[in-house]
Design a protein around this ligand. Sequence first.
Ligand SMILES: *[C@@H]1O[C@H](CO)[C@@H](O)[C@H](O)[C@H]1NC(C)=O
Ligand SMILES: *[C@@H]1O[C@H](CO)[C@@H](O)[C@H](O)[C@H]1NC(C)=O
Length: 249
Amino acid sequence: MRRSDVFQIFLLCLSLTHSEAEMVIENAIALDQDSHLEIQDVKTNHVESSREISISVDIWAELKELRDMTIQLKADLVHYLSKIEKVEQEKSALEVRISSTEMEIKEIKMQNADRPKVAFSLGLTNAGRLGPYSTDVTLKFSKVFSNFGQGYNPNTGIFTSPVRGVYYFRFTFFEVDNANWMGVRLYHNSKLIMINYDRSSSYYENMSNGVILQLNIDDVVYMVLVSPYTVFDDHRNYSTFTGFLLFPL
Ligand SMILES: *[C@@H]1O[C@H](CO)[C@@H](O)[C@H](O)[C@H]1NC(C)=O
Ligand SMILES: *[C@@H]1O[C@H](CO)[C@@H](O)[C@H](O)[C@H]1NC(C)=O
């Protein structure tokens, strides 16, 4: 019996019960024996039968081995299929998360686009020293580095809040002569928020400060040079005033 014949019989056996399979195999062996007897009648009966017995033992061993392998392959297949199913589940869960994240990003982008943009940064003057004056004067920062939202008016020196929100303001002032004290105030509407004076022992002097304020629409913020003090600025932008909206309310 050839190997391909054995394999065909084996495939047939897979679909049968054990006893049915045994019958098929026995029949196959019997048929095989017949054909051998027909073709090889020259050989002695003794030699013939002992050879057939050893062939049938071989076939059984081979079939058993193949059957065991198939059982193992089936088990492996079930195992891998369950793994694939798990991966598919994880994949669809991830897809859900990604699409919800994409929606959130879209929403944030829209909110950002709608968000009011208010920010200014200013330099005081190229004219050198301002003051001393006989009265307090509102400082007109004439060098506009930026003015998003057009809240700052360089003609008046006043910042007007275009939206209700929380704002940050900061300033730096500079003097270049010990004989002159610096003195400035920061106002929110008519309310004095802070006063800053400085006279350093060195030739140059600088002072800085910052504050966070809650403003309603059309509230104003501005800086005043206190009489009889001075501040100094030139093309090097020593004295600056900056403000921006932290978040609307
Ligand atoms: C003030 O600032 C100027 C330049 O901005 C610097 O040359 C000077 O040293 C500073 N003076 C002090 C006391 O910090
Ligand atoms: C001061 O600001 C102006 C813009 O108003 C800029 O052109 C100039 O370079 C600045 N000067 C220095 C020394 O940074």
